[in-house]
Write a protein that binds this ligand. Sequence first.
Ligand code: FE2
Length: 426
Amino acid sequence: MDLVIRNASLADGRHGIDIAIEGERIAAVGPQLPQRGLREIDAGGDLVSPPFVDAHFHMDATLSYGLPRVNESGTLLEGIALWGELKPQLAQEALIERAMEYCDWAVARGLLAIRTHVDICDDRLLAVEALLEVKRRVASYIDLQLVAFPQDGLLRSPGAFENLKRAIAMGVDVVGGIPHFERTMAQGAESVRLLCEFAAGKGLMVDMHCDETDDPLSRHIETLAYETQRLGMQGRVTGSHLTSMHSMDNYYVSKLIPLIAESGVAAIANPLINITLQGRHDTYPKRRGMTRVPELLAAGVPVAFGHDCVMDPWYGLGSGDMLEVAHMGLHVAQMTGQAAMRQCFLAVTETPARILGLQGYGIVPGASADLVLLDAGGPVEAIRLRAARRLVLRRGKVLSEAPPARASLNLPGRPQSVDFRLTRKE
Ligand code: FE2
């Protein structure tokens, strides 16, 4: 074997597991494997996970914070206005450079697959060209999936549908939308129908920004689920955000969630962004705004957590750390039960991998040797500590290494250092 990792814990709760890697693939997984490696790594009981996956991001805007000015109010609408100011000034090389820098951060965080929306409302499609170039450049270390996103509205923005079709023809993977931003509810529903029909005709996946509002009557997810079923697109459609569900009437939701489950539509919440951008018109009590994650999960709907934004017109924070995303999601959804905390880890690993349709993902024989060794004993501890990525491997090759978090102490009669670990096992 080229590499054997010894004594790892896995996110499913197994401990003392060895992982043998031959070339670019995982050859064997199990306790005390007899295979010997040219190189051997002792995980020391720490968690080995498949890479983090971000199912919802905006790479065309990332790291543009402060350009051309900062978002003074911190609201979604000022963010959209600010992006509109920045767009005409975007230079392709600068955009590529910012995206490449973010991809460096992502690798160091063990984030090796990203679905990014790309704004297609600029007739030059400059961001599309730039992100297709980034996709080519990072292909050996990050799976980048692009979504054609009509940020200013498919029907509201002249030429948007034509631009979207051009973007798909250029190689963008997924059809996006933003029905709640169209002029009327009826036009929102119409945009969902048009986009789903277009995607069905091309055999493409769909991922729409859907109902990113606190308006409980924003019900485009209902139309999205209906169109998915009508067009036989089960398993290929995702509703992103779905924040209006937070504010909907419980009786209506009791009908809606089974319809979403039945249609095979997946959901993506963006906890860091939802908790900061929603509820802005409220005084007190203030709504959290994030969609109903535990209830969707209980109904069998796949739910992933996305980062959405890092240092852009909408959000001035973040660093590509999907454990920070899971940490916020866990808190906002009050998912503090043991099983629920583990689901939050899956929401930034296995679940988005399924939503993106990634091949060869997971720690099983035959899968790609893409792994992250974390400075934590299990998934809950990883979330609690936003654990350091001791090693990040892609196709069997080490891409990034980081020291575990330790602090030295100078206290009378106390240990000389702390590692913030209560126990090494979960
Ligand atoms: Fe988004």
